[in-house]
Design a protein around this ligand. Structure first.
Ligand SMILES: Nc1ncnc2c1ncn2[C@@H]1O[C@H](COP(=O)(O)OP(=O)(O)OP(=O)(O)O)[C@@H](O)[C@H]1O
Ligand SMILES: [Mg+2]
Length: 371
């Protein structure tokens, strides 16, 4: 019997064969690509904790945009971003752009050390230059009815090129250009970016927070992925897996990926699920939980510790009490942890942990450190 390829995608930013949830946000932005200029969702910022699917969503949406006749430039917030946008746009639109235009973009791009030095020597001039280069690219696309989608991953604050981009983008939108900006970042990075006065325009962007995915959506996507891959899963295995995944996209891929080779024949039974879950938990710890834990301050950890006595959901008032602090004091750590994606709101004045396995992990860590 030939072995079936594992259909799960636990690599970062890989678009899975079946997305769990996220249906409406995807649909709304797809509609925006059809509606064109004026649709507010053409400028959208996604926030979410590690492993919630930001990169995946940007990739998927850029692919969808291309299918609807847009060209795309897919970049991250790293030095050289502006240049990268032009190069990628030129490549993506090469079938439409005149030869001369392509050469111009490329020659400026490969201008090397001299042009770099000049750019830094005269920032304003470089900014203007970039704007006119982008504008002439859009000019050439316009007769074809084609627009440009820019996706920016891993938004970072205090990044000059982002300031420049936001200012140029604002003008292009005002001119009614066919252009779209989809950006993503960790919540605290995004709030820092939006608090930067020079980028205030982006505060008007549509915001979308990638939170936990409902169990019912996880169950469906898990089953579909397995069946489309040529295997079956028993109901009890599906139930156990969904529970362990706890609404977290990266965990869905880990659990699925690890259960797959453990199947009994082509059937993933409870035993296979349990073994897969165990392996996935281990990876989840090293990939997500450890990294997140390292970023927390003592105040954050005190808040986390004060949540542990509750079974599932904690009242903010109880947490403050256990911390021996005012609710106002506790509130600042509540906000920080919400932004880190460690906790999520569970109704008025209530919070719960967002990351699967976090409770046991935190308990163990805090004990180990005698916190
Ligand atoms: N809606 C979804 N359904 C199922 N799996 C998903 C979904 N979205 C993302 N994934 C999977 O989750 C994993 C993490 O996705 P991704 O790398 O996009 O997260 P991220 O938010 O960009 O994380 P980071 O902050 O670390 O960059 C990937 O393995 C991806 O295939
Ligand atoms: Mg990412």
């Amino acid at each position: 019997m030939a072995t079936l390829d594992n259909p799960f995608t636990p690599g970062f930013g890989q678009v899975p064969p079946f997305m769990a949830g996220r249906r409406y946000v995807i649909e709304n932005i797809e509609d925006a690509f059809v509606n064109g200029p004026g649709d507010p969702n053409l400028t959208t910022i996604f926030t979410g904790a590690r492993g919630t699917g930001k990169t995946t969503l940007l990739t998927l949406l850029a692919d969808e945009a291309e299918e609807r006749g847009w060209i795309t430039a897919r970049v991250s917030s790293v030095p050289g971003m502006l240049e990268d946008i032009l190069q990628q746009a030129a490549r993506s639109g090469s079938h439409l752009l005149a030869q001369e235009q392509k050469a111009r973009i490329n020659s400026i791009g490969i201008g090397g050390v001299a042009s770099l030095g000049w750019e830094y020597a005269d920032r304003n001039n470089a900014g203007k230059n970039w704007r006119s280069r982008l504008t002439s690219l859009l000019d050439e696309l316009e007769p074809h009815g084609v627009g440009l989608v820019i996706t920016i991953d891993e938004l970072q604050s205090e990044f000059d090129e982002m300031v420049q981009l936001a200012s140029v983008y604002q003008h292009l939108i005002a001119e009614g250009r066919r252009i779209s900006l989809l950006a993503a970042g960790l919540p605290y990075q995004v709030s820092r970016v939006l608090n930067d006065k020079s980028i205030s325009f982006l505060r008007r962007a549509a915001r979308h927070q990638l939170t936990r995915i409902p169990d019912s959506d996880i169950r469906v996507a898990l089953k579909e992925t397995i069946e489309a891959g040529g295997k079956q899963i028993t109901d009890e295995a599906l139930f156990a897996a969904t529970r362990a995944i706890d609404g977290f996209p990266f965990m869905m891929q880990l659990v699925g990926y690890r259960m797959w080779p453990k199947s009994n024949g082509n059937r993933i039974d409870l035993n296979a699920a349990k073994r897969g879950i165990e392996a996935a938990r281990y990876e989840m710890r090293s990939n997500i939980l450890e990294t997140t834990y390292m970023e927390l301050s003592d105040g954050d950890l005190a808040f986390v510790k004060a949540m542990l006595p509750d079974k599932d959901v904690s009242l903010t008032a109880d947490i403050a009490n256990r911390m021996g602090k005012s609710t106002g004091y506790a509130a600042q750590y509540r906000r920080r942890l919400l932004e880190e994606g460690v906790i999520g709101e569970r109704g008025r004045g209530k919070v719960g942990f967002e990351l699967p396995g976090w409770r046991d992990f935190a308990l163990e860590k805090l004990e180990e450190e005698d916190f």
